[in-house]
Design a binder for this molecule. Structure first.
Ligand code: ADP
Length: 252
């Protein structure tokens, strides 16, 4: 098992990519703290893991709230004595150009997608430093590397996640903390599944599929596997990197 006995927090673990990562990490022997704003979803995922003999607990948290992040990490250290892996995966997006995006919407998105990563790392890194090392995996996006239309705030937030990942990786390399991010293409998560089941769904799906060289959407588990690589010792020489898993979208 690749993560035997490791203590891992996965934010946004209640749905989509985070849900698959929580299951996969537990199957590889990790003790998983499923952290999500949707507490019921986090409980469901933790119960699902426990029903297949994995180790998991649920934690309700809004990653944009500094006090909540600090309390969660304190609690994990109190319960388990350490924190080996933090996956900063909670996030969301909405449509809009800079002209149509309100300041309130911009701030709300940055508070989760960027500040949530900042807070997670701010409180996890000192713990990892003290215990002699650790691993952080952040969820960026293929749009950290290429622009897309009508998603200005989301694109900016994911560019910031990739840049922050590089900055933190070099700041904390001497403390033996590896910090990397994944850059998923368009993934068939519950969020997209809902949009794609709407009235213009079929046409929208074709457009999104054709954007990626493989001409299909990715599955959440395909990103979870990339996260597992970055969270495990198999990526021992990787830090500050962006692992692209986008069906060839940005290659084209
Ligand atoms: P994807 O897996 O593609 O990122 P989802 O929308 O399926 O998309 O999953 C994102 C998860 O992140 C959801 O479970 C959602 O509740 C969670 N989430 C969103 N915002 C926050 C937040 N501020 N704090 C904690 N979890 C959040």
């Amino acid at each position: 098992m690749k993560l035997a006995g490791r203590i891992a927090i996965i934010t946004g673990g209640g749905s989509g990519i985070g849900h698959e990562a929580a299951k996969l990490f537990a199957a590889e022997g990790a003790v998983v703290i499923v952290a999500d704003r949707d507490g019921a979803a986090a409980e469901r995922v933790a119960a699902e893991i426990k029903s297949s003999s994995g180790k998991a607990s649920a934690h309700t948290i809004d990653v944009s709230k500094e006090a909540e992040i600090k309390a969660m990490i304190d609690r994990v250290v109190a319960d388990h004595g350490r924190l080996d892996i933090l996956v900063n995966n909670a996030g969301f997006g909405f449509a809009g150009t800079v002209v149509t995006t309100s300041e309130a919407d911009w701030d709300a998105l940055m508070a989760v997608n960027v500040k949530g990563v900042f807070f997670g790392c701010k409180y996890a890194i000192p713990v990892m430093e003290k215990q002699g090392g650790g691993v952080i995996v952040n969820t960026a996006s293929a749009v950290a590397n290429v622009g897309i239309t009508d998603r200005a705030a989301y694109v900016a937030s994911k560019g910031a996640v990739a840049a922050l990942t590089r900055a933190m990786a070099i700041d904390h390399v001497a403390a033996k903390i590896r910090i990397n991010c994944v850059a998923p293409g368009t993934i068939e998560s519950p969020y997209f599944a809902k949009i794609l089941s709407g009235p213009d769904g079929a046409e929208l799906r074709r457009g999104l599929e054709q954007r990626q060289a493989m001409e299909r959407l990715g599955q959440p588990v395909e990103i979870a596997r990339a996260m597992l690589f970055l969270a495990s010792d198999e990526s021992s020489f990787c830090t500050g990197t962006t692992l692209v898993a986008d069906g060839g979208w940005t290659a084209r």
